[in-house]
Design a protein around this ligand. Structure first.
Ligand code: FMN
Length: 194
């Protein structure tokens, strides 16, 4: 039985040469090939303003692009978020998307934080992060802090789990063979909807 998979390509740059886009495509190809139903959201194509106030977060009407994205999140059984590490964290534009979409009434089921109280409970997720530094440095020296923040402070808080991760380090210095191997790894993850 195929799973409903939402791939969030969280690279703000529409340049087709960005590696994150290729990783998203490989995952999508593997998943579709095994009969999973895939929807892909490209952050670089979304038009929405930054969220600027608590009153908007709690009581405002989300912009059309955000309403559509919330619908895709609610539809999905498995969510894959792919982004490049920028200044030690996810790109600001991706954070802006999550701030807009994870509004209390949608993601928490009300203004009181209640894990799993909203519409996202029970979904599994995978986070894929690319970066210039070696993955081991990010995990051991930096303790993967921004990745853990996304897992615990954002996804777990709204009941999404389990959340798995793939860190692809030293992206710029990898050989073509190594880059292709990572793409193949993504394709196989897509096949398993993992
Ligand atoms: C604005 C910016 C900030 C970056 N900050 C970091 C960083 O803090 N740590 C790091 O290891 N790499 C950093 N990088 C390198 C990117 O993570 C790397 O170029 C990216 O993951 C490659 O994937 P892409 O081809 O999809 O862009 C940064 C790159 C840019 C453009």
């Amino acid at each position: 039985m195929g799973r409903r998979i939402l791939i969030v390509d969280g690279h703000p740059d529409p340049d087709p040469g960005r590696y994150c886009h290729a990783l998203a495509s490989s995952y999508a190809k593997g998943a579709a090939g095994m009969g999973h139903v895939v929807h892909r959201t490209n952050l670089s194509e979304l038009d929405f303003p930054d969220l600027r106030s608590r009153s908007d977060w709690e009581d405002g009407k989300p912009p059309a692009a955000i309403l559509a994205f919330q619908g895709q999140l609610a539809w999905a059984e498995h969510i894959v978020i792919i982004y490049p590490l920028w200044l030690g964290s996810m790109p600001a534009r991706l954070k802006a998307l999550l701030e807009q979409a994870f509004r209390p009434d949608f993601a928490q089921g009300g203004k009181t934080v209640s894990p799993g109280g909203g519409k996202l409970k029970g979904r599994s997720a995978r986070i894929v992060v690319t970066m210039g530094m070696p993955a081991a440095i990010y995990r051991i020296f930096y303790l993967a802090h921004s990745l853990n923040s996304l897992k615990r402070n954002i996804l777990a808080l709204v009941g999404i789990g389990p959340v798995r991760d793939t860190i692809i380090g030293a992206v710029e210095s990898r050989s073509d063979v190594s880059r292709k191997r990572c793409l193949e790894h993504m394709r196989r993850l897509g096949e398993r909807a993992a």
